[in-house]
Design a protein around this ligand. Structure first.
Ligand code: COA
Length: 331
């Protein structure tokens, strides 16, 4: 059976920085409250021209360049996003056009902040089934387009960004060893955008009532996120028949420093092994785990045969984990 390997990664973070001090001027909050409760210091915000597909295209171009791969070699583009440019067509199709990936199929998947993990799982399945040999997985979100910057419960948390992974059946990089996905739709009301879909199409009232922005019950999300990421991580380890001590790095969804800290305690893993970018980018939704993975990979800290545990949780609720193993040679 072919194995699925992440050969290269690329990211794109918008230039504009929104700091906690900027937010102090916008809502009733403070830098110290945000840092203490979330660990976030700043986040990136895309400008008007930088749509989700453009963020994704820039990350995809970087991944292709880092992997020395031309766009025409790509057979499939999977985009994980919650903030597609349009309800129709998919933003994956827009990225396909911008890349000129003339031999690729393209579609979006929606698993909110678990999107990158869901995408890795799909890519692994396609490659192992020998359906495709080269897949570009993109995760891109412009959460700032669905945030109410008058709601201090949500506006402090999110940022914009994108990541892309070139995944193939050959070469060096990070082998996708196993994965585990889950969902519990009964909790959908705890984290959602109430309008703009088929249930409540856009109207004057939905705009007036600010129903096109993220609504969240933070405490509920917090509780479920820890429980689900811990359980799904352990299930993944069991599937691969390895122990927590065999994991060299944990890369959790970058939503909140305290969630990561509690997760590390529950997994009984030193916090120094938990890779973090939340302080500088906030929660970039589908892109969050991938952006952190890319930064860790670039840091040269990942050694041959290292095991990396990725785990995420998001609206749905959805969650999932993936274990990656660095291939033996260090190209
Ligand atoms: N600045 C200052 N005060 C704030 C605030 C802000 N930005 N947001 C909320 N508060 C206030 C609340 O109004 C509340 O005041 P009260 O006690 O007078 O009612 C107090 O701070 C505590 O609020 P609470 O919601 O209990 O805080 P918390 O410790 O649960 O932290 C979150 C709030 C949102 C940071 C936290 O619940 C969280 O991170 N949840 C998970 C969010 C997440 O990860 N979402 C995405 C998942 S994909």
């Amino acid at each position: 059976m072919p194995t699925a390997i992440i050969n290269s990664l690329g990211t794109y973070l918008p230039k504009k920085i929104l700091t906690n001090f900027d937010l102090e001027k916008m809502v009733d909050t403070t830098d110290s409250w945000i840092k203490e409760r979330t660990g976030i210091e700043e986040r990136r915000i895309a400008d008007d021209e930088e749509t989700t597909s453009i963020l994704g295209f820039k990350a995809a171009s970087a991944a292709l360049q880092n992997g020395n791969c031309s766009p025409d070699k790509i057979e499939l583009i999977i985009l994980a996003t919650t903030t597609s440019d349009y309800p129709m067509p998919s933003s994956a199709a827009l990225i396909q056009a911008m890349l000129k990936a003339t031999n690729a199929g393209a579609f979006d998947i929606q698993a909110a902040c678990s999107g990158f993990i869901y995408g890795l799982t799909l890519a692994k399945a396609y490659i192992e089934a020998n359906i495709y040999k080269k897949i570009l997985l993109v995760a891109s979100d412009k959460l700032s387009s669905v945030i109410n910057y008058e709601d201090r419960n949500t506006c402090i948390l999110f940022g914009d960004g994108a990541v892309a992974a070139l995944i193939s059946n050959e070469g060096e990089g990070l082998e996708i060893k196993t994965s585990n996905l889950g969902a519990e739709g009964i909790y959908s009301q705890h984290l959602l955008i109430p309008a703009g879909g088929s249930k409540k199409p856009a109207s004057e009232d939905t705009v007036k009532d600010k129903l096109h922005s993220v609504k969240m019950e933070g405490k509920e999300v917090f509780k479920h996120a820890i429980r689900r990421m811990a359980k799904s991580s352990l299930e993944c380890l069991e599937k691969l028949n390895i122990q927590v001590k065999d994991i060299n790095w944990v890369i959790p969804h970058q939503a909140n420093f305290r969630i990561m800290e509690t997760l590390a305690k529950q997994l009984e893993i030193p916090f120094s092994k938990v890779f973090r970018t939340v302080h500088k980018y906030g929660n970039t939704s589908a892109a969050s785990v991938g952006i952190a993975l890319s930064e860790l990979f670039e840091s040269q800290e990942v050694k041959p045969k290292d095991h990396l545990l990725l785990t995420a949780f998001g609206s749905g609720f959805t969650w999932g984990s993936v274990i990656l193993k660095k291939t033996e040679t260090n190209d």
